[in-house]
Design a protein around this ligand. Structure first.
Ligand SMILES: [Zn+2]
Length: 83
């Protein structure tokens, strides 16, 4: 049995639908660069406007998250600074 491909495929995207888990996966790999560019642009726009990058509420001062999304992020920062 052929082993399933993991992560980013190397080389040009194949047209064979059997290569992908489902049609959504196939669509993702066919339009990956375009989709990632859109995501990156949206992130940059939200950040520039001072909005939360996850939910469009107003972000807290100095970070890219709102009051709701900042607490889960905080322990990660503290852990990084301790090391
Ligand atoms: Zn948020």
């Amino acid at each position: 049995m052929e082993q399933r491909r993991r992560g980013r495929p190397v080389g040009p995207v194949k047209a064979d639908p059997g290569d992908y888990r489902n049609r959504y996966s196939r669509h993702y790999y066919a339009h990956r660069d375009e989709l990632n560019a859109k995501k990156r642009l949206a992130y940059q726009e939200r950040r520039a406007k001072g909005l939360c990058v996850r939910c469009l509420r107003k972000a807290l001062h100095g970070i890219v998250f709102c009051r709701t999304h900042a607490p889960p992020h905080k322990p990660v920062i503290q852990k990084i600074l301790r090391l």
